[in-house]
Design a protein around this ligand. Structure first.
Ligand SMILES: [Zn+2]
Ligand SMILES: [Zn+2]
Length: 932
């Protein structure tokens, strides 16, 4: 089917290689025996002498396939049959004198596909899917590994078992972000009237650990039962998302919640902040270095931060998110809108006040919001309604300044582009409020008309785009088959909104025509800001470059290499959806089909000028053609392009998983020191994020991160393995040195080989990954680290960690209660150790200079923004925050120290000492400011 059908009007035709031998027409009939009833059209490849042949293919029915091709009947042929969820089958065969052959092939499903299918069947029995109004599936599949394999096939199994009722475009299959180390879990949820019921399957088991209600109307007793079965975190995670879904929350918000881990007040208020920002300070002027419109200055631990990363595509890897504990209020955020053409910026500072909202809620319903009760779910529902009707009522704009200079952006964010100019200071409110050149910004009042298209209307846009693409390919002699695993659709739909509406139904339209979807790796949504335009690129991987191009230097994005016969031609059509004009095919005289394989610069160089999102499209489609592991493919999408910079993330996280696996009660926190593309991979693969309070971004200057032990290496970041029970952790400084490749090497292929555990070719010197140091740390030391470098006399967090003494875990368990020689009453049993501390253990030398002799009252408010002083934990607020001082897992408002009090192993005195310490550090800092 391949080469001879590509007719002359298709310019690339001339470049395609392949000799036309004197061949006969052959025909092979393949009888397929599927493990499950499948209607899928398998993808095949036929080779002779190791060269792919052209063929025509007919499906007689679901189990019988006829393939015709031209071939030399004297020779053996090699056929490969692939279908999503199934193990590929490769067979040798010969044809008889008349050129015919018959093959019987057993198609065996992959293990995770079977799990997906079988668990769905069980769930259907328990929950009576047929008689329910709607179904939702939340699963860790796609993120976790099962028996060392990625698990996207489990999603395929679920979707095939359920038919049309569940789809990515309906937003009722959600992939809960977890690490490769987590268990393969499935939550099936049905809605019937007001009842929301769930069956939960853990760790690929076919027996559910819970069947019952998860409705917000459940009793406290029922909620306790749910928590006992699943654990509190998972119970809230699933119940919060399911109840929001039942309420009709937009699918893109539900996906953000699956990314964040649950749906909470921070999620809802985060979206309210984004809507308020877009109304008064919409994107403007030239975009910044990596194509982003805003830099977010966050304070990790407030769930809103994940909303910015997700919905604004403000990822740290694109240097669009900087954040560490620069204030005590994690629910405050700064947005820098930078105009790279005019070199001027606007800074908008917003916050949301969960306490205030909770009081309002209490006034109306008489309910006190408490963690781990269904009341929090009711509170969420109330917030959701406010988000829909009046998002601005959820947030406060504290400041909006115009006139921000490049120098000021550099100070706050470390740079205005990909290049780090200096160490970032994050949301430093006292600096901001001391700048005299800033003037109040004039808000616009951009009223976006809210679209009211139905699911079917939105779906039709995707469907029409796919049909149009199929037609154009057909006009050029290429028959695009359904379910083809060599056919890829990239799109901004699902992230980009249309008149404020989620656009993921478009994915379902594409699926109907082409059988493309995420779990098949054939429909890949490219991370985009929700105000981005909607575009689709349809790409067929087919054919090789001919001898006039082979050996030349080609490439894509920042990858340059010699083109080889392993490289593929990628034929692409791009269609943009314009709300006024409808679907527009991107075209110049060389189109509308363009080669975007690594030789594009020889076949049709103008394509780079006319395709939208060119860097995303060309890098992801080429990377996809090399078949990277599914989890890394998700990283590429999240980062929205492939570059050398994102490549180490998989290696770094693998290094972490192998050398520093998480134990019971332990979690990962990652503090980045060198801020570049790889951070997006670390977020996704390590399961950390700013909104969960497990990812911090210091963005230090290059000088500060040079490795003392590896020449040319950099201290990329600090991994903390934090034991939440003991309130003690281990800090590991991770050092990486880039590999070197011989000229002409395709380094992206080399990286993908490394991911797959293979030895790549063309490596001049391999990468180095090692630990610079590994130290046990206390809760208060963690809090120092999370506050960034400026509070340290050495001016460098990395140095602070390296200078910590080498202690054993047992040392810290005994030292913890006597951490600070302050005026706090200590339990008598530790008093004998106090003198040891006072007489100068080096742990405290870096901290004490700021405390000693100040004699100031405890006061944590910075410039009056973070609210009343002495907060030690509200009842509600950002969930799941990583907390320093004495914190329990879920953290609330400021410092949830109260949660730690009375916990076994964490004596009261130590905690109070920590509170005082934090306050003193903050105050000490304030006192020192005027000297500057
Ligand atoms: Zn949250
Ligand atoms: Zn990048």
């Amino acid at each position: 089917m391949r080469k001879f059908l590509v007719i002359a009007l298709f310019a690339v035709f001339l470049l395609i290689s392949g000799a036309f031998a004197e061949n006969k027409t052959c025909e092979v009939k393949i009888n397929l025996k599927w493990q499950y009833n499948e209607t899928v059209n398998p993808t095949i490849d036929i080779k002779a002498d190791n060269e792919s042949l052209n063929f025509n293919k007919y499906m007689e029915n679901n189990t019988s396939l006829i393939v015709r091709f031209q071939g030399d009947i004297q020779k053996p042929f090699l056929i490969t049959i692939k279908a999503p969820g199934y193990q590929p089958v490769t067979r040798n065969f010969v044809v008889d004198q008349s050129g015919k052959a018959v093959l019987s092939v057993n198609m065996n499903a992959k293990e995770s596909y079977i799990i997906g299918r079988e668990i769905t069947k069980r769930a259907s029995k328990f929950l009576d899917f047929k008689n329910s109004d709607n179904i939702l599936v939340i699963t860790t599949a796609g993120h976790v590994k099962y028996k060392n394999e990625t698990t996207e096939d489990a999603i395929e199994g679920i979707l095939n078992e359920l038919g049309n009722s569940v789809s990515f475009g309906r937003g009722n299959i959600l992939l809960l972000r977890k690490t490769a180390l987590d268990t393969l879990d499935f939550a099936f949820i049905t809605k019937k009237g007001k009842n929301i019921t769930m069956a939960y399957f853990r760790n690929a088991s076919f027996s559910p650990v819970y069947i019952g209600t998860i409705s917000e109307n459940m009793s406290m007793k029922e909620y306790s039962k749910l928590c006992n079965s699943l654990g509190k975190d998972i119970a809230f995670s699933i119940a919060s998302i399911a109840n929001a879904w039942a309420l009709g929350v937009s699918a893109d918000i539900l996906r953000e919640a699956a990314f964040h881990g649950h749906l909470c007040a921070g999620t809802i208020c985060g979206y309210a902040m984004v809507e308020t920002l877009l109304k008064y300070y919409p994107p403007k002027g030239g975009a910044m270095g990596e194509g982003v419109s805003y830099i977010v200055l966050g304070v990790p631990g407030g769930s809103d931060d994940d909303v910015f990363v997700y919905s604004m595509d403000a990822t740290p890897g694109k240097r669009a998110y900087i954040g560490y504990n620069t204030t005590n209020d994690p629910n405050i955020v700064g947005f820098i809108r930078w105009d790279s053409n005019n070199k001027k910026g606007t800074l908008i500072v917003m916050k949301y006040d969960v306490k205030e909202l909770a009081e309002e809620f209490k006034k109306i319903y008489g309910l006190n919001i408490k963690e781990d009760t269904p009341i929090e779910l009711k509170f969420n529902s109330w917030l959701v309604k406010k988000l829909i009707n009046n998002p601005e009522s959820l947030v406060k704009i504290l400041y909006a300044f115009d006139n921000l200079t490049e120098e000021q952006v550099n100070y706050l964010a470390g740079g205005t582009s990909g290049r780090t100019v200096q160490s970032a200071h994050g949301l430093d409110m006292s600096y901001i409020l001391n700048q005299t050149n800033l003037v109040n910004a004039t808000p616009e009042n951009f009223m976006q008309k809210k679209g009211n298209l139905t699911y079917d209307q939105l779906k039709t846009i995707g469907l029409e785009a796919a049909r149009l693409a199929v037609d154009i390919f057909k006009q050029c002699g290429i028959n695009v088959e359904k379910d083809n695993l060599n056919f890829l659709v990239l799109t901004s739909a699902g992230y980009a909104r249309l008149n404020g509406q989620d656009t993921s139904p478009m994915w379902d339209g594409i699926y109907d025509i082409l059988g493309s979807r995420l779990s098949r790796r054939t429909l890949l949504p490219v991370h985009s800001a929700l105000w981005s335009p909607i575009w689709f690129t349809f790409i067929l991987k087919d054919g090789k470059y001919n001898s006039s191009i082979l050996g030349k230097i080609g490439g894509f994005g920042k990858f340059k290499f010699n083109i080889t016969k392993d490289d593929n031609l990628l034929f692409a059509i791009q269609i943009v959806y314009d709300p006024e004009k409808g679907l527009v095919v991107i075209n110049d005289t060389k189109g509308p089909i363009y080669d975007i394989g690594p030789g594009w610069n020889y076949t049709n160089p103008s394509v780079s000028k006319i395709f939208k999102n060119w860097n995303s499209v060309i890098t992801i489609s080429n990377g996809w053609s090399y078949e990277p592991p599914f989890d890394m493919l998700m990283v590429y999408l999240f980062h929205n392009h492939i570059c050398p910079g994102v490549s180490p993330s998989y290696l770094i996280t693998n290094y972490i998983f192998q050398n520093f696996p998480r134990g019971k009660d332990e979690k990962y926190i990652y503090i980045t020191t060198t801020d570049y593309c790889k951070d997006d991979g670390i977020l996704l693969l390590l399961g950390v994020s700013p909104g969960a309070g497990t990812y911090y971004n210091l963005r230090l200057s290059d000088n500060d991160t040079q490795s003392p032990s590896i020449n040319g290496g950099n201290m990329e970041g600090i991994l903390i393995i934090w034991n939440e029970k003991l309130n003690i952790g281990k800090a590991v400084i991770i050092t990486f040195k880039w590999p070197q490749f011989y000229p002409g090497t395709n380094s992206l292929k080399a990286y993908i080989d490394w991911y797959k555990g293979k030895d790549p070719k063309g490596v001049a010197s391999p990468y180095i990954l090692t630990k610079e140091t590994e130290k046990y740390i206390t809760g208060d030391e963690l809090s120092v680290i999370l506050k960034g470098s400026k509070y340290l006399s050495s001016g460098n967090v990395l140095k602070f960690i390296m200078e910590l003494p080498n202690r054993q875990l047992s040392d810290l368990i005994s030292v913890l209660p006597i951490s600070y020689p302050t005026q706090v009453t200590r339990p008598t049993n530790v008093s004998t150790l106090i003198s040891h501390v006072i007489t100068g253990s080096s742990i405290f030398t870096r901290i004490i200079p700021y405390i000693s002799g100040l004699g100031i009252p405890i006061h944590e408010s910075i410039s009056g923004i973070s609210g009343p002083s002495g907060k030690v934990g509200g009842e509600i607020g950002a969930r799941g925050a990583a907390q320093a001082a004495g914190a329990a897992g879920k953290a609330y408002e400021i410092t949830p120290v109260s949660k730690g009090i009375g916990k076994p192993g964490i004596p009261f005195a130590g905690i109070i000492a920590v509170i005082i310490l934090i306050a003193l550090i903050a105050a000490g800092y304030l006192l020192r400011r005027p000297e500057k």
